[in-house]
Design a binder for this molecule. Structure first.
Ligand code: SF4
Length: 296
């Protein structure tokens, strides 16, 4: 049993529930690692997936629960199986043995102390590939500090700059302040992007921004913020793959991103000087790019 789960304060929700005694906080995570799916994933940025794939582990539940969530079946519907830290270590080693370029922890925040324990065990047993921390950025700085020396590559989202929008779509009114502080701590730990001879990232920070319908001005402000603050020391991944997976009460969210608007945002990024960026080609806006959690 991990002591940090006795009064859970791992994320900004600050529920202070005793997860070791079965109490559930906002995220509904218990005191075991819960995983919806793990596999070699080919649809991340090229420097993460490469030719062999990213060893992606999708954790169940979420501390944010955005209304338009692309992984709704695991973030909200609690699908998945529970694993001990030893079993989690074995999963990491299995993915490495299958040829994964890295271990890619998707929405890991709720399980951080257990993941740290599992990664340490896996490293003792031969895990050598980089560990990627793939997060919404709704994180406590103190919790991110626990990951120093464990995480090689941070892959945080920066979703919104306008807190009215974060309130409307994610139910929190201070996302930007919280997320940017967390990203700064990630950058403090990994201030330089390092790639191997095949172009696979070994260390660094890649900030992802997913365009949402009617939000191109917010997107441009986010890109400007990131470039003004970090210049070319980080990479920025500008994503157009937003896909409405169920009918939502906000009509504007029930459509995909217009190709011309995406191109305009990319032009803007180029014009303000951003060069270290990943973009997506047409055709990535397909539901097939969202892993199938319904049947696993
Ligand atoms: S990790 Fe879950 S239980 Fe803990 S503070 Fe965050 S939402 Fe609450």
């Amino acid at each position: 049993m991990n002591k940090l789960l006795d009064k859970c304060n791992l994320c900004p929700r600050g529920c202070k529930v005793n997860r070791n005694k079965g109490e559930l906080g906002f995220c509904r995570a218990g005191n075991k690692i819960k995983i919806a799916r793990y596999s070699l994933h080919m649809w991340e940025e090229p420097c993460i997936s490469g030719k062999k794939g990213s060893g992606t582990i999708f954790f169940s539940n979420c501390n944010l629960k955005c209304i338009y969530c692309q992984n709704y079946y695991i973030s909200t519907l609690n699908n998945g199986n529970e694993y001990t830290t030893n079993e989690f270590a074995d999963i990491c080693l299995e993915l490495q043995n299958r040829g994964a370029n890295n271990i890619n922890l998707v929405t890991p925040t709720l399980y951080i102390p257990l993941i740290i324990d599992g990664i340490k065990k896996a490293k003792k047993n031969g895990l050598t590939i980089p560990i990627i921390y793939n997060t919404s950025s709704y994180e406590n700085v103190e919790t991110i500090k626990l990951l120093k020396g464990i995480i090689d590559v941070y892959l945080p989202d920066l979703k919104y700059i306008d807190n009215d929008i974060s309130k409307k779509y994610s139910g929190i009114d201070n996302y930007f302040e919280i997320a940017t502080k967390a990203i700064q701590e990630m950058y403090n730990q990994q201030p330089k992007c390092v790639f191997d001879k095949n172009g696979i990232i070994k260390k660094g920070v890649i900030v992802r921004h997913l365009l949402l319908p009617n939000m191109e001005n917010d997107s441009k402000k986010i890109l400007k913020y990131l470039y003004d603050k970090y210049k070319d020391n980080i990479y920025i991944s500008i994503m157009n793959q937003y896909t409405p997976i169920r009918k939502l009460k906000y009509k504007e969210l029930n459509k995909k991103i217009d190709e011309k608007i995406y191109d305009d945002v990319i032009d803007y990024a180029w014009n303000i000087g951003i060069r270290n960026a990943f973009t997506q080609e047409d055709g990535t806006q397909s539901e097939s790019f969202i892993p199938n959690f319904k049947n696993d």
